[in-house]
Design a protein around this ligand. Structure first.
Ligand code: HEC
Ligand SMILES: [Cu+2]
Length: 356
């Protein structure tokens, strides 16, 4: 949208606002778009304010008592009323459509986005990278690559916000929410919780470090904890006894989980679901709520037995069950084919899995 005004003027406006501490930096690809809409709304408001202000002021001089000792009755004017209804309506519709387009852009991550998990709790942010790197009140990301955050809270509602990236999303207990951004400038940015969440809410802050892809690569190698999320998940899968039923053999009591991520499942109640992170998490905690067609509802619930971190590990493990998603993602070498959803056709077909 900054194409509509001169780039020089735009730079000037944003840089000036930023250096006068009135405005966050524009450090993500979406930032100029969000700002363009914001300036449009401010401009629209100021225009309305000025217009109404001038009319109020002008009329109170023109129709003051000294010039109009006797009040005159004025009948309505259809033309005038239609004008002041239709013009603002048109402007508001522009703002609505513009805002809706931007909304879809902000909340639909590109398919090649790399995924990082965020766990919020009173009063800190934990970030978990697929390679097993853990951070507290800090987040390292590469510039020039779309990054998706899959977020969940362990207690109350929080809200994850990086103003310089124009990123803000609710972090909710019991449900994954996602947000994405692509950082453009290496640097250190503020990270906030923007929803009052208890006494130390104001301390629930952190630093986002955007790095060049090379530096990010170096960082992931230096801060590795030894085991990736998927490897932790594999261990958990065995220690919780999931593999008693999900072992991929034809005689197994549970479906093979290979290729299930990204596939469409046919449920016993007749509906179909797309298997994403949120569905996997829910399938572990509330198995009886969406039983896969062709299977008996024998899977026990694991509600209260697995921590959010453990669930993330399990989800990552199931995701990697049939492709090299994690390896490519951690290495950050592949721009386009990482996180490609599992193609159901490549996995051994299990009952319930919808064939493409
Ligand atoms: C007693 C056997 C049993 C155990 C133990 C078990 N499951 Fe299941 N699981 C099933 C069956 C049967 C289904 C299919 C019916 C349903 O959806 O409830 C299923 C479905 C699922 C699904 C939904 C995907 C699909 O293809 O239907 C996921 C994900 C899953 N299990 C993960 C796990 C995890 C993770 C564990 C361990 C924490 C686990 N299961 C333990 C039997 C089991
Ligand atoms: Cu909070």
């Amino acid at each position: 949208m900054n194409r509509f005004i001169s780039p020089v003027l735009w730079e000037f406006l944003v840089k000036w606002l930023h250096s006068s501490a009135l405005f966050p930096a524009e450090a993500s690809t979406i930032a100029p778009y969000a700002d363009a809409l914001y300036f449009f709304l401010v401009g629209m408001t100021l225009t309305g304010l000025t217009l109404v202000g001038i009319l109020v002021f002008g009329f109170s001089i023109r129709y003051r008592k000294a010039r109009n000792p006797v009040a005159t009755q004025v009948e309505g004017s259809t033309l005038l009323e239609a004008t002041w209804t239709i013009i603002p309506l048109a402007i508001f519709l522009v703002a609505f459509v513009w805002g809706a387009l931007l909304y879809f852009r902000i909340y639909n991550p590109p398919t090649n986005a790399m995924n990082i998990y965020i766990v919020g709790k009173q009063w800190m942010w934990k970030a978990e990278h697929p390679g097993g790197q853990h951070e507290i009140n800090a987040l390292h990301v590469p510039v020039g690559r779309p990054v998706q955050l899959t977020m969940i809270s362990m207690d109350v509602f929080h809200s994850f916000s990086i103003p310089d990236f124009r990123v803000k999303r609710e972090v909710i207990p019991g449900r994954y929410s996602t947000v994405w951004f692509q950082a453009t400038e290496p640097g250190v940015y503020h990270l906030f919780c923007t929803q009052y969440c208890g006494t130390k809410h104001s301390g629930m802050i952190g630093e986002v470090t955007a790095m060049t892809p090379e530096d990010y690569q170096k960082w992931t190698e230096e801060s590795t904890s030894g085991a990736s999320l998927a490897q932790n998940g594999e261990r958990l899968f065995a220690s919780l006894g999931c593999n008693q039923c999900h072992n991929g053999t034809p005689a197994a009591r549970g479906p093979s989980l290979a290729g299930v991520y990204g596939a469409k499942l046919q449920l016993a109640n007749g509906s179909q679901v797309l298997v994403n992170d949120a569905y996997l998490r829910d399938a572990i905690l509330n198995p009886s709520e969406h039983v896969t067609a062709g299977y008996n509802p024998i899977m026990p619930t694991y509600q209260g037995q697995i921590s959010e971190d453990g669930l993330i590990d399990l989800v990552e493990f199931i995701k990697t069950q049939n492709n090299n998603y994690r390896v490519q993602q951690t290495l950050g070498t592949n721009e386009s084919s990482n996180t490609a959803p599992a193609t159901p056709g490549t996995a051994p077909t299990t009952p319930g899995m919808v064939k493409p």
